[in-house]
Design a protein around this ligand. Structure first.
Ligand SMILES: C[S@@+](CC[C@H](N)C(=O)[O-])C[C@H]1O[C@@H](n2cnc3c(N)ncnc32)[C@H](O)[C@@H]1O
Length: 252
């Protein structure tokens, strides 16, 4: 596959930044090459031709953004901050939900405590949203979930789904997957008791982070919590939230 030269690398980086807020640096050059390669093969075009395509074809742009995002996630990731949910709530927004493990973990956590919020799960990646909507995961991805929770909230696959589990319908119905680009889209006027926006702002620079936190804070209810990832911080940014502890902020 033809590798990106400096000009092409810079063009693609600018576009990824403009479209997704993701700040790619020189260390990410190999990664970008590898990820674009997939789409170049599918379309059978050169990097320059493909660059033109993604600027003119919104669907191909979605596939491209899908290919360049990092979607690593797992069930009950950094679940220490889930205890803030113990007070109960009715609306949660999981704002970079990847393939669904995070919003389903939130749903299960709440069900175990006797309440059933509605959860909006959003991501920029269309393939992740599809996986989340299907709610089907390989057995090894639920290996660390306690047996009693597995039995209560997951169905074991049979036949061609041998080796997979499916999130039970009751839990799936609590989670509504939608595409939402954190840097480009404007939230609807609905408000949320909790917003989880975890392990995505690490890819953003301060300017994008500030914009994202500002717009999400607008739809967080007073008294609601804004939860970020363990390796993220809002320090040095202008925002309307009160720091509670690492990863946890409050709209006072
Ligand atoms: C590393 S995953 C984190 C998933 C989950 N929040 C967690 O903590 O396990 C980051 C997710 O952010 C999504 N993402 C990246 N840029 C985005 C953007 N501009 N808008 C919405 N989602 C974005 C990616 O598609 C990916 O699924």
């Amino acid at each position: 596959m033809e590798k990106l030269n400096n000009r092409q690398f810079n063009q693609y980086c600018d576009l990824v930044y403009r479209e997704a807020g993701i700040h790619l640096t020189e260390e990410k050059r190999e990664l970008l090459n590898a990820r674009i390669a997939k789409r170049l093969r599918v379309q059978n075009v050169s990097p320059d031709v493909y660059f033109g395509m993604i600027q003119n074809d919104p669907l191909e742009l979605k596939f491209f953004l899908d290919a360049v995002t990092t979607n690593h996630t797992f069930f009950f990731r950094e679940s220490r901050s889930f205890r803030y949910l113990d007070r109960g709530c009715s609306e949660i927004w999981c704002a970079a939900s990847s393939s669904g493990e995070e919003p389903y973990s939130l749903a299960i956590y709440c069900l175990e405590r006797g309440f059933k919020p509605s959860i909006m799960a959003t991501d920029i990646s269309v393939s992740c949203l599809e996986k989340g909507t299907n709610g089907v995961y390989p057995m090894q991805s639920v290996a660390d979930i306690p047996k009693h929770l597995l039995g209560r909230y997951f169905q074991k696959g049979q036949g061609r789904f041998q080796g997979y589990v499916k999130v039970k319908d009751d839990v799936r119905r609590m989670v509504n997957f939608q595409r939402f680009n954190l840097v480009k889209d404007i939230p609807k006027s609905k408000t949320y008791d909790f917003i989880f926006c975890r392990n995505v702002m690490i890819y953003f620079d301060n300017e994008s982070k500030e914009k994202v936190v500002g717009k999400l804070s607008n739809v967080l209810r007073t008294g609601g919590n804004f939860i970020i990832g363990g390796s993220e911080s809002l320090s040095g940014l202008e925002h309307p939230l009160k720091y509670i502890e690492p990863s946890v902020y409050l709209k006072a």
